[in-house]
Write a protein that binds this ligand. Structure first.
Ligand SMILES: NC(=O)c1ccc[n+]([C@@H]2O[C@H](COP(=O)([O-])OP(=O)(O)OC[C@H]3O[C@@H](n4cnc5c(N)ncnc54)[C@H](OP(=O)(O)O)[C@@H]3O)[C@@H](O)[C@H]2O)c1
Length: 307
């Protein structure tokens, strides 16, 4: 089958599109013909060699976690041939930027009826990250205030929508070109970081861009406030334990796909509470160009591939 993969670590130029063995269907698993897939920073960070210690499989490595497509064969009673699904396989394993992939039942859900393929593919990883971050890790409450750093990115565009849904007052930080998008998504206040600095104090600061440090971020917290980072560095895990006993807490989260949250995301999409934001669409053949776009670091929402 045709798939995107790499045989050495490096920049987008090491990505190849070529013939790779089709995945084998195991017990309870679902074989999907991929119609669209989405890119995430974890995909290029793995390719750059950042988390080599976590890669159990040897090179060549398939790429991509987020997908939407049609079931072609199912060994699970909840899924049937021809059904439209969307989901998220492990980025460590990869395989979403391919003609076919095999998913486990907790990694997918029926596709939201109101979304086209590329919109559905754009949702899973960033949406589950946001839901797990704001609902579970910082327990954002109605009436609280949240500052979202990187409000125009893949995670940030979902975070603004979900924080508003939870009833929080949202301040979103992004570059000049992101201001109107962040307002349209529901931000109460917007900050252009190229012109001004974030001010004030918040119940929650969500660094959805990996741009703040704890030393900076804690200054923007009220007493009892929570600062959340998506950067899973050992120093942050140590600080998370340390701040457990302090009035201002650091939280570091790592996304974990699960069946319950895939259903939650589907419902949030079908009720238009979470609307996918697409920066750009490329064909699978242009996968290198798509990664060059994402790796510019300034996308407005998601980069997706149409297969
Ligand atoms: N822990 C986890 O499970 C997990 C899950 C998902 C993502 N992540 C991580 O979270 C980060 C963001 O992911 P993503 O998918 O949202 O990436 P993305 O789509 O590339 O978005 C990053 C956003 O940050 C903005 N930005 C850049 N510099 C900024 C600054 N100084 N201040 C405020 N905003 C700034 C960028 O646009 P502008 O500069 O134009 O505003 C862009 O919109 C990545 O590091 C990713 O690896 C971790």
């Amino acid at each position: 089958m045709l798939a995107a993969y790499y045989s050495s670590f490096g920049g987008p130029e090491v990505i190849k599109l070529g013939d790779q063995p089709a995945p084998l269907l195991g017990k309870d698993e679902i074989l999907v013909k991929v119609r669209a897939s989405a890119l995430n920073p974890v995909d290029y960070r793995l390719r750059q060699g950042q988390f080599q210690w976590a890669l159990r499989r040897k090179l060549p490595k398939l790429i991509g976690a987020d997908f939407a497509g049609e079931v072609v064969q199912s060994n699970h009673p909840d899924y049937r041939k021809g059904q439209a699904v969307f989901g998220q396989v492990s980025a460590l394993k990869g395989g979403a930027h391919a003609q076919l992939l095999v998913a486990k039942p907790h990694q997918l859900a029926p596709k939201p009826d109101n979304l086209i393929w590329e919109e559905a593919a754009a949702l899973p990883l960033v949406s589950s990250t946001v839901v797990q971050s704001l609902r579970d890790w910082v327990k954002l409450q109605s009436g609280e205030s949240v500052a979202i750093i990187g409000g125009g990115g893949g995670v940030g565009t979902m975070a603004i929508q979900y924080a508003r849904h939870l009833g929080a007052t949202v301040t979103a930080v992004g570059s000049t070109g992101k201001q109107s998008l962040m307002e349209e998504l529901g931000a109460d206040h917007v900050v252009d970081y190229t012109q001004e600095r974030l001010t004030g104090q918040y119940d929650v600061v969500f660094d959805a861009a990996g741009q703040q440090t704890w030393s900076e971020g804690k200054n923007f917290l009220k007493k009892g406030g929570r600062w959340l980072t998506l950067q899973p560095y050992p120093k942050y895990y140590a600080l998370m334990a340390l701040t457990w006993f302090l009035p201002k807490k650091l939280k570091v989260m790592l996304n974990r796909v699960n069946a319950k949250d895939m259903q939650v995301i589907r419902e949030l999409a079908e009720t238009a509470i979470l609307q996918p934001v697409i920066d750009s669409t490329f064909t699978l053949e242009d996968v290198q160009k798509a990664y060059e776009r994402l790796e510019s670091g300034h996308c407005a929402g998601k980069v997706v591939l149409l297969h």
